[in-house]
Each structure stands twice: as C-alpha cells, then as structure tokens.
Design a protein around this ligand. Sequence first.
Ligand code: DC
Length: 231
Amino acid sequence: MKKKLIIAIDGYSSCGKSTFAKTIAKELNYLYIDSGAMYRTVTLYCMRHGLVDNDKLDLQSIVNELKDINIEFVYNPDIAEYETFLNSENVEKEIRGIEVSRHVSRISQISEVRTRMMELQRQIGMFKGIVMDGRDIGTVVFPDAELKIFMTASVEIRAKRRYDELKNKGVEIDFEEIRRNIVARDITDENRDISPLRRADDALVLDNTRMTVAEQMTWVMNIIEKKINGS
Ligand code: DC
C-alpha cells in the first residue's frame, strides 16, 4: 500500500490555500479539511445566538455553548465537494459572507475555541491521507506532518481573488472593504497570543502571486511523489 501523508497548508487569508489544498486532495484521493470553515462555523453560531457583535463578545456563554456546536463536512456529489454543516444545517454559503469574516478573527482568538477545534482536527487526521489548510496546522495541530507548505501572495492579488470569488457566488461587495478586511485579518492572525500565524521552521514557502494553479500543482506533486516514494 502507498504511504499516506498528512499535508499541512498554512498561510495568509485569501491566498488560494483552499483551491490548492482541494486540488491536491482530489489528485491523491485524500480528504480535504478547511479548518478556517470550522472557525467560521463557530462564529456563525455565536452571531445567531447573540454572543458576538460589533461591540460585544460574551466569552463565558461561548465557552459554555461550545459543546452544542456540531460541525460536519458532508460530501455533495453534485459539485464533487465537501460542504460545511452546523448542527445538521448546510451553512457553506453563509459562513463565507463578509459578516462572518468581520467577527471570525475575534472568535478564533479564544483559547477554548482553539482547543476544541484542534481536538476535532486531530481526530479527523488520525488515519492520515489528509490535506488540511489553515493558520496553525503545521505549527500546532500536526507538528509532525510529512509535508508543510506556507503560502503567501500580495495583498492586491488576494483582495482581487476574494472579490471575484464572492462576486461569482452572487454576493455584492465593495473591493476596498475586502482589501481592508484582509489587511486587518493579517494583523490579528499574526499578532494573536495563541497559535499566531507563522511559518513552521520546516515548511516550504510558496508565493503564488504570479503562479497559476497548474504551476503550483506541478511544483507540489513533484515534492509529494518524492515523499510517497521515499526518495
Ligand atoms: O481561511 P479563512 O479566511 O476562511 O479563515 C477564517 C479565519 O479563521 C481567519 O481569520 C483565521 C482563523 N483561522 C485560524 O485561526 N486558524 C486556522 N487553522 C484557520 C483559520
């Protein structure tokens, strides 16, 4: 049997991590897990239950209610992708909206939230054969992952990609607002006390500002083949 890997992909928001990770998972027939979707789902739950808004964060209730938040990834054969479910409801579209993006950095700074998400992520990764993307996958969740990649790209190109993605989904949004949201999230992601975004010492850096997905795939599959074949 072929050796199965854990592939950890970390990096800044909107730099193409999920497209890259999904494509690798399809190519290898691995499971793809979007850890950002998990933080977004917790955030949506908190918004709906009045536990977070622009000037409020009800820390105690969030911690108490973590046990009531059930997150699942369910395969949708029509689009050949996994979708995120919160307590049996498909929330895939809603968690990508700007409202959730506005609050998610604060929710993902809560240590109890991070511990719970990490437990779930490690459970899912137990059998290997997984590609997971996020901010702390190679540093904290799977420090022994066989392959770690740290992705980056310019702020302009990232804002443009997020803008196009939301537009394609029919979400009306202002480009400048997206740009500001990305810059603000970079700052919080890099400077938070717990599990800040940083490159693991043994992660390979991929700056895809001027790379197509096909070029990124050629680069990574070459590396993966060597890892699987042990050369
Ligand atoms: O990848 P994304 O933009 O969908 O992630 C949403 C937020 O979740 C982002 O602001 C940082 C946070 N996050 C995190 O703290 N740790 C992860 N492993 C993944 C995401």
